[in-house]
Design a binder for this molecule. Structure first.
Ligand code: TXA
Ligand code: MG
Length: 323
């Protein structure tokens, strides 16, 4: 079993010690729990992939404590820097060109899958103290086994990865509940590589520019965006207008679909139709509905504006055919 500690001062110190030893720490961020290792230590990064059972070496997000730390590794354009100033710490990841290795950066190539860019994010909360004290970036994908639902609580991490990680830090439920929004600036254009916990509209309002969505073919830009992902054991049926006998129901808002009384279990992402609340509940409720053993989870329609874009993206991945 993995050691579990609260994210207090001694938890921070224990995490720094584990990271310095090349070990793995599950860290609570505002989005989801991450599986963290020293981004400059190739063996430590390799053990992230081993613990997750990831089939591919997807590039990982480097988590920094402040803008100065980020600037030791990547080159900021003016728009990315303004975005960092405005939205960090928070659920935004910026993809930026790495400084040449001979100019001093020592991010391990396994952490970037050999790309010349680095995805950087400054997470919210006490987890930043770990990075500040460690004084170098930590790589952290979501702390789940490959293909499983991202964890939004320490218990969910322990269930999925217990024994495969040296230390799990517990800070309760994640406030946002969805992974960060990933953005890349290219010349004058802004690309949304992954919808996430910061609504695209907020980024557009701040920059005054449209966030260009990538189509499926261009999804190579964010190579970790596997089509099937976040999968519960049950099949997912989205946007339903009726519940079939034996299905579990993932509801949203005040009005229920036809046949809802037939559902073996119902959980409502947000009674009041609040997308923020729905995002925070999404992964947890998919997991909980899975425990009823229904073959299918029916999902009520969810609006696609604001955080609804990321919620429907994750639901579509959970519903995608699996190989
Ligand atoms: O909220 C989050 O972002 C969480 C927490 C733990 O910080 N982390 C997370 O990491 O979701 P992960 O590994 O599950 O997703 C990272 C995504 C992948 O889709 C990956 O392909 C993309 O970031 N990515 C990483 N580096 C990239 C790069 N240089 N260029 C484009 N995409 C990149
Ligand atoms: Mg993930």
């Amino acid at each position: 079993m993995s050691r579990m500690m609260k994210l207090d001062q001694s938890g921070v110190q224990a995490a720094v010690d584990v990271l310095a030893d090349g070990g793995l720490v599950a860290i609570p961020t505002e989005t989801v729990y991450g599986l963290a290792a020293d981004a400059t230590n190739g063996e430590a990064v390799a053990s992230i992939f081993a613990a997750k059972g990831r089939p591919h070496f997807n590039p990982l997000i480097a988590h920094v404590s402040d803008l100065d730390m980020a600037k030791r590794y990547v080159q900021f354009d003016a728009v990315s820097e303004a975005l960092g100033h405005h939205f960090w710490p928070g659920p935004l990841t910026l993809v930026l060109p790495l400084l040449p290795a001979n100019e001093g950066h020592n991010i391990h190539p396994l952490a970037t899958a050999g790309l010349e860019t680095l995805a950087v994010r400054m997470p919210q909360g006490a987890v930043r103290d770990i990075i500040r004290q460690f004084d170098r970036p930590i790589s952290a994908p979501s702390a789940n086994r490959s293909g499983r639902i991202s964890p939004t609580s320490a218990e969910a991490v322990a269930e999925d990865l217990g024994g495969r990680v040296d230390l799990i830090l517990d800070a309760g439920a994640c406030e946002v509940g969805l992974e960060s929004t990933i953005v890349k600036v290219e010349g004058d254009a802004l690309y949304l590589l992954r919808p996430g916990g910061l609504a695209a509209e907020e980024i557009e309002a701040f920059t005054g520019k449209p966030l260009l969505r990538l189509d499926q073919r261009a999804a190579i830009q964010a190579p970790g965006m596997l089509k099937s992902h976040y999968a519960p054991n049950a099949q997912m049926r989205l946007n339903v207008d009726a519940v079939h006998a034996g299905e579990a129901l993932l509801a949203f808002g005040q009005t229920r679909v036809q046949g809802h009384e037939k559902a073996v279990a119902t959980l409502n992402l947000s009674e009041s139709g609040n997308l923020r609340e729905a995002a925070a509940n999404l992964f947890d409720y998919m997991k909980k509905l899975d425990t009823y053993g229904a073959a299918t989870i029916a999902v009520e329609p969810i609006p696609v504006s604001g955080l609804g874009e990321a919620i429907t993206d994750r639901l579509a991945r959970a519903a995608a055919p699996r190989d």
